[in-house]
Ligand binder design. Sequence first.
Ligand code: SAH
Length: 390
Amino acid sequence: MNNANSTKQNRCPVYKKCGGCQLDTAYPDQLRFKQGKTERLLRRFGRVEPIIGMENPSHYRNKVQAAFYTNRSGRIISGVYQSGTHHVVGIDSCNIEDEAADEIIVGVRRLLPSFRLTTYNEDTRKGFLRHVLVRRGFQTNEIMLVLVTGTPVFPSKNNFVRAVREQFPAITTIVQNVNSLSTNLVLGERQTVLFGKGYIEDILCGCRFRISPKSFYQINPVQTEVLYGKAMEFAHLKGNETVLDAYCGIGTIGIVAAKRGAGTVVGVELNGDAVRDAITNAKANGLKNIRFYKGDAGEFMEACAEEGEKCDVVFMDPPRAGSSEQFLRSLIKMAPERVVYVSCNPETLARDLDFLTKHSGYRVKKIQPVDMFPHTAHIECVVLLTRDSL
Ligand code: SAH
């Protein structure tokens, strides 16, 4: 009997150990599961539209990172930390990661011994290579390789870089990032460009974006176009609106809005590298009506609200922890006609929608889940709120 509800994909040999994917059922079942969960959490605010899934839900990740480790028999392993541990599970290829990125990571691993380069040991805090991060622009095919090292000293640096480039001519930039702290963060503060321009560019919704090693960039560009398309539809820009892009990263949503006729766009973002990218991106896309500020979105909103600033549309796309009460209270004060909330965590989204609907006249008009992360349990939603009188 073929019961679709219990169809296991069961293709990945390290599904359990890796923990990167949490769902191993057939893709239509995954979508049903996500729809159900979104409805349980958000139905009380209004109808949840059917989730928009991916046509081809494999190898969608444009950013891949691998931890490096040497086992007791001296073999170098690259892969991911087994969930909750510091044990590296070896991974050469992955169903959701970009295939070119996976090949580069394996290639770097194979080159290490001939250059006598070691891997970093987190216990002894000795050794060299800690992580490798690869990002590819799916539209431009530019590829960035970031070698995260435990020490700034890079023996045989030039020869190693030459060897990597010979083997992978598609790589357009190589960066060394130094992370000598005991931390769960992959990237450290200091970095040096070893080859190329130090960033890649990609095209999204017809706009060009620069992406630095440390800037946030959506990891599934195919579905990002769907997500932003919905966000723009909900914003219903007619031209000349004042738009705020809060938690703007490298400015993607605001820049797409500016291209679609927004009068003035203001973006705010905490990460300095991302803000620098956003400013460059606005220029590269020929936009003069857009400004970006570095800072906490809540503090920025409070300052705007206190000064009596007004805007027509607010896009907000906070991290998994959701927004802050300071942000939401100031948002209510600024009273934009439309709020487009892009969320990667329906739990914190529900909490923030509770606050907004209880403390103001805002009502939820549309809830659209988009599957940005097939095979994982993560759920992305875009929600439209308008004021009661509208
Ligand atoms: N809208 C962007 C980025 C969304 S990810 C896009 O679609 O690509 C969330 C962003 O919020 C990250 O860039 C993160 O650096 C930023 N961020 C996190 N906490 C913040 C805060 N308190 N204030 C402003 N930005 C913050």
